[in-house]
Ligand binder design. Structure first.
Ligand SMILES: *Cc1c(COP(=O)(O)O)cnc(C)c1O
Length: 245
């Protein structure tokens, strides 16, 4: 993987390249040019780089660590329309702050967490947009609801007044470098088929989101219908986790 120096001009350039890459992937898949968006994954990166991305037109940012995210939200509170997505594991003791400070959560995998997020969502805010994280085959971590339990969890979440179920999310294990395109696409196809099933069962719901694809596998995810690709390294360069306390 190429290492990109951490400077603002570089982020500006990388955002342009990431957009072009997404556009090309959509074109190759004969999909509409605006049918997928970039989520800029900014964990471990300083607020100055998020600001550079915002100046290049990027609005949606994904963060994994609550305290780090809250600090950046404060530093960037002057940026209009910035949209914060929580994409890390959600612990029970963090649900209140997440419900108060984010527009989206991609990583809901248990009904207890979903109920807390709904109860703790301030009534003055729009319902919290939620994706259910699914443990598709080859999931890198053990995170995510098992496919067999997805329908039950979706039903629970849809009944919660302050959550808006938008779709599904997955983090497949990185494929070996010599794997075929077919092998790369398989877990993304699984996730899409699960969303198809949910849509068929709940035709009235706003189930429009497939959060899948990262810097290494954007093309495979877009070929299978990703609507939100989560790019970290490709936009901000390699991460240094020693900055996280
Ligand atoms: C870090 C992270 C990403 C971004 O990964 P890159 O390979 O750097 O693009 C995407 N999704 C989640 C859930 C992450 O934690």
């Amino acid at each position: 993987m190429t290492t990109v120096p951490d400077d603002e001009a570089c982020v500006t350039q990388c955002i342009l390249e990431a957009r072009a890459r997404l556009e090309k992937a959509l074109q190759t898949s004969k999909r509409n040019a605006h049918s997928a968006q970039l989520l800029a994954v900014s964990k471990t990166k300083p607020a100055s780089l998020l600001r550079a991305a915002w100046n290049s037109g990027q609005r949606a940012f994904g963060e994994n660590y609550l305290q780090e995210a809250l600090d950046k939200q404060q530093a960037l509170s002057d940026l209009a329309d910035i949209e914060w997505h929580f994409i890390g594991p959600v612990q029970s003791n963090k649900t209140r702050a997440i419900a108060e400070h984010f527009a989206w959560v991609h990583t809901v995998e248990r009904d207890k967490i979903a109920r807390r997020l709904s109860e703790q969502r301030p009534t003055a805010l729009e319902p919290l947009n939620v994706c259910l994280q699914v443990n598709v085959s080859g999931e890198a971590s053990k995170a995510g609801v098992a496919p067999g339990e997805l329908m039950a969890l979706a039903e629970t979440v849809m009944a919660l007044p302050s959550l808006n179920l938008r779709g599904l999310m997955a983090i497949p294990a990185p494929c070996p470098l010599d794997s075929s395109e077919e092998e790369q696409r398989a877990p993304f196809r699984q996730l899409r088929e699960m969303l198809d099933q949910l849509q068929a069962r709940y035709p009235q719901a706003a189930l429009d989101t497939l959060s899948m694809g990262m810097s290494a596998d954007l093309e495979a995810a877009v070929a299978e219908g990703a609507t939100l690709v989560r790019l970290g390294t490709a936009i901000f360069g390699a991460r240094d986790y020693s900055t996280i306390s």
